[in-house]
Design a protein around this ligand. Structure first.
Ligand code: ADP
Ligand code: MG
Ligand code: MG
Length: 909
């Protein structure tokens, strides 16, 4: 490796900068940045991510000269601190910290107090005169090193951490619950006991040589990039494996030297609500992860002002420097050593959807950022939270009134969740898999629990604060989350939790309110959010809703910036109303077959399918016509002049036939068709591969009378509503076209019927006929197809199936493995496969527009509501995306972000 691999920081200067996250990881880059802007950061250096990648690629070997360079960077720290690594009199201790490009909270383990051993500890005691502190530091090193580097961890899911068990035993012996009550002698014992446990369980000794510790720790950080929980976290957050992690080696400062010491974490604004207030937690006389691990329940930051107003002031000053410098809410970690503040980390803070919205809107008002930046800052998916239900207030009040309230914890992740209690992550996943809604209850969560947390409706912990692992990860996942609920006595082995004299068992229902922290026995009804109440339920709220006001502002900004149109997939008037209220500008896909199921329609449909000949079919279709017409009238009245794309019948007909014996008998009774005949017809219609069978336009081609009836229903409906004074814009879409001849045959039927209806009713209706592009052949021959088609709509569900040769309904048995092995980076049915499916789309867009420059092109597959796929659609210059009604706000925001990002790219070119 030629380029520099080590970047030092300290003494007011740093080799790195905030924008060097690719090399230095987020933590390293920001440690450098904070050093450069004059904040108090203990000196250290960052080993670049490239070394990690080298190490993993070369099976654990390191680049040439690497060790030499590390040791010389270490000497710089020694010079700045006046201490020496491994020195028996005045030892330098360091922390080894991982840090990837994107923050991965708690994913990789930190080792503190490295450099201590049976000799250097005497130096530390001599220097500080504080034996208790020295042994506390040493026992932490042995514990962390034993766990992270040597691998002494709990074995099964009901096991506790072996080191924590030893500590607990010690506390019991001493008759205390508090780790601060342990004496120097106790801690000295712990060091011995930990070392013995390591020797006993692993057959190896804790290394005494500080340099050996150093290499061991650095290697462990590199290796941890590939551990299960890091891989799971990356998968959930779409972080590529090839990024690698950086390693930070930093001089220790000590929060565990006494009562004028401590450690804490803070957010420059409230991460749950977004309120503009300093929000943090800390512990006196503590070190490292104590605050977030929930060992003790921490104190709110303002309590610091009571005892050490001076330290509190230092913190407030840092807060304002950071916010002005980064122009975003920061999540910081700090340590106080004998009254002096040190900053150990800063990064953009994770926040709930509510907080993201509030912070972005507030910062525009405070003129810290522009509306463009505000729009770019909110993750589109987070808007889901604003639309999420809350508990029905009345029902909750009466539940509490009747004594069902179990306890109250901290409100870490807003929303309402009801589900069955499970006590570990594996069970959460398993139960969820069975279709249960679960609430994951843990004493505290750790990174191992991530998959289970993701599977749960809500997360409840007994320990930890607003910045605990559970709170942080829960917020990021948008989970309902209550933490630090100290009243709960959770017992893993018996799978129970008790409060006072009440016991909740595994499988019992509980309800948690992540906005208030309440934990309530049993199930509770939920109620729609403010945004939904105002927009969808059209309620007038008695008090102004700040959430709604900010939501509206964000949507207005989004609409100003976006270039993509937003339509919805809807086939009922009520769905259309919801979509329009959320801002849909038209319908991108109305599936007519959904209308075939309701009430006694299915009888007429079955009659049509079972008919022997065209006359029989027409008789049945005549019954369907008025019903289908009514459906379209309803939709047109809601959609008004907005375009409505209606797809002619698409699914294989046997989907409409009865399935059970009883249903068949009923049908036979109603229709007078003998059971044998129904069975015969059904077996004739059986298909080996219905996805590629008699469906799509193939139905209308073999049974043109079906298309005819549907076209008649559409135009008659349009005519009725047009006469009510509304200008209607139907767009008739022919599915599953692969050959232009297919489209031609169907188009002629549609146009003929249109003419007939317009003549009969003496109206003029402007309409379009177009096609779905959902077969590779259609994409490849798009130039030809565009001679007839007035619009294209990418049916990316089918286009993905047909391009990948993969049936979505049959993929469950292998898709998970494909994702696990990284053969697919993402589920192609969730996020568009840009290279393959997207490649075909590109061909179709270019070819189609060459033939017909004004060709209207949209997307109506499930991908139309997926932010990443929307970004791709914007890059193809599609005219619109279409998604389900509740995703319309998400699509509006995602479309705005895509446009802003594109504009930025163009500018930087
Ligand atoms: P994570 O990525 O899990 O947050 P960190 O590397 O930030 O891990 O380390 C966790 C905690 O360890 C920090 O918040 C801080 O309290 C403590 N820590 C890390 N390095 C030092 C140090 N040099 N001096 C004192 N405490 C440290
Ligand atoms: Mg940290
Ligand atoms: Mg399709």
């Amino acid at each position: 490796m030629k380029q520099r691999t080590i970047y030092s920081f300290g003494g007011g200067k740093a080799d790195g900068r905030a924008d060097m996250k690719e090399l230095l990881g987020g933590k390293g880059a920001n440690l450098a940045e904070m050093t450069n802007i004059g904040l108090p950061v203990p000196p250290g250096f960052t080993i670049s991510t490239e070394v990690c990648n080298y190490f993993l690629k070369h099976h654990g070997s390191l680049p040439k000269d690497f060790k030499k360079n590390v040791l010389s960077a270490l000497q710089k720290i020694e010079r700045l601190t006046g201490k020496k690594f491994g020195d028996p009199k005045n030892p330098l201790l360091v922390s080894i910290r991982s840090g990837a490009r994107a923050s991965m909270p708690g994913m990789m383990d930190t080792i503190l107090n490295l450099g201590l051993n049976d000799v250097t500890i005497q130096g530390l005691i001599g220097k500080t005169g504080n034996e208790r502190f020295a042994y506390d530091s040493y026992r932490r090193l042995v514990q962390m090193y034993g766990d992270v580097v040597m691998g002494l961890k709990p074995v099964s899911k009901d096991d506790r951490d072996p080191f924590e068990l030893i500590i607990e035993r010690k506390k019991e012996n001493r008759g205390t619950h508090n780790d601060t009550d342990l004496t120097a002698a106790d801690l000295h014992d712990l060091v011995r006991e930990f070392q013995a446990e390591i020797r006993h369980k692993l057959g190896k000794d804790f290394p005494q040589d500080p340099t050996e510790q150093l290499w061991g720790a650095i290697g462990a950080v590199f290796n941890s990039w590939m551990n299960d929980r890091a891989i799971a976290y990356r998968k959930l957050n779409d972080i590529p494996a090839h990024w690698g992690t950086a390693v930070n080696v930093q001089a220790m400062v000590f929060g565990n030297m006494g009562d004028d010491c401590g450690t804490g974490v803070a957010f420059t604004r409230n991460p749950a609500t977004g309120e503009n207030e300093f929000y943090g937690e800390f512990l006196f006389n503590a070190q490292g992860e104590d605050v977030v691990a929930g060992v003790r329940t921490p104190l709110a930051i303002h309590r610091l002002a009571e005892r050490y107003p001076d330290i509190h002031k230092q913190l407030l000053k840092v807060r304002s420097i950071l916010e002005r410098h980064y122009r975003d809410m920061q999540d910081v970690e700090f340590t106080i050593e004998q009254g002096k503040l040190y900053m150990l980390q800063t990064r953009n803070g994770k926040r709930t959807g509510f907080a993201a919205l509030r912070i972005a809107v507030d910062m525009v008002d405070e003129r810290l950022i522009k509306p463009e930046e505000a729009v770019l800052r909110i993750e589109p998916e987070q808007l889901n939270q604003l639309l999420r239900p809350v508990f029905d207030y009345q029902e909750k009040t009466s539940a509490i009134g009747s004594g069902r309230m179990l306890a109250k914890g901290l409100n870490a992740g807003p929303g309402a969740a009801t589900g069955r209690v499970v006590f570990n992550a594996a069970d959460a996943e398993e139960w969820r898999h069975r279709g249960e809604r679960v609430v994951l209850v843990r004493i505290e969560t750790s990174p191992e629990d991530i998959k289970g947390m993701n599977a749960a409706e809500g997360i409840l912990t007994a320990r930890g604060g607003m910045t605990s692992h559970a709170a942080l990860v829960g917020r990021q996942m948008g989970k309902v989350c209550v933490v630090g609920c100290g009243a709960l006595n959770i017992d893993y082995p018996s799978r129970t939790m008790s409060v006072a004299n009440r016991t909740v068992r595994e499988g019992d229902y509980i309800s948690i309110d992540g906005s208030t922290g309440e934990v309530i026995e049993g199930q509770l009804k939920t109620k729609p959010s403010d945004v939904v109440r105002i927009l969808i339920e059209k309620e007038t709220l008695s008090e102004p809703s700040p959430v709604f006001t900010m939501f509206t502002k964000l949507m207005q900004w989004s609409d100003k910036f976006r270039t993509l149109g937003i339509r919805t997939n809807a086939d009922q008037p009520d769905q259309c109303e919801v979509a329009v209220a959320f801002g849909a500008e038209g319908i991108g896909l109305c599936r007519t077959e959904h209308m075939f199921f309701g009430g006694d329609r299915i009888d007429a449909v079955r009659e049509m399918i079972l008919a022997d000949d065209e006359t029989g079919r027409r008789r049945a279709l005549a019954k369907l016509l008025p019903m289908q017409r009514e459906d379209f009238v309803g939709i047109f009245r809601v959609m008004k002049e907005r375009p409505v794309t209606i797809r002619t019948l698409d699914p294989p007909l046997h989907e409409f036939l009865p399935h059970t014996d009883k249903e068949i008998e009923q049908l036979s009774g109603k229709s007078g068709i003998p059971k044998e005949k129904i069975l015969q017809r059904m077996s004739k219609m059986h298909e080996f591969n219905p996805m590629l069978g008699h469906r799509g336009c193939r139905l209308g081609i073999v049974y043109p009378e079906i298309t005819e009836m549907q076209a008649r229903a559409i135009f008659q409906a349009a005519s009725i509503v047009k006469k009510e004074g509304i200008d209607i814009h139907p767009e008739i879409m022919i599915p599953l076209v692969g050959y232009i001849n297919e489209l031609q045959q169907q188009e002629q039927i549609v146009r003929r019927v249109a003419e007939e209806v317009c003549a009969e009713d003496d109206v003029k209706i402007k309409y379009l006929v177009g096609t779905m592009i959902e077969l590779p052949r259609a994409a490849v021959t798009a130039d030809e197809i565009a001679t007839l088609a007035e619009f294209f709509s990418f049916g990316t569900n089918d286009l993905t199936q047909t391009t990948l040769g993969l049936s979505r309904d049959d993929s469950a048995s292998f898709l998970p493995s494909y994702l696990e092995h990284g053969i697919f980076e993402q589920d192609p049915f969730q996020t568009l496969d840009r290279v393959g499916v997207g490649g075909l789309m590109k061909i179709a867009v270019t070819a189609g527009r060459k033939t017909r420059p004004a060709l209207k092109i949209g997307i109506c597959g499930e991908h139309g509501g997926d932010p990443k796929s929307i970004e791709f659609c914007a890059s193809l210059n599609l005219n619109y995306v279409s998604c389900s009604p509740y995703r319309v706000p998400i699509a509006r925001l995602a479309a705005a972000q895509s446009a802003l990002k594109q504009a930025r790219k163009r500018k930087s070119r």
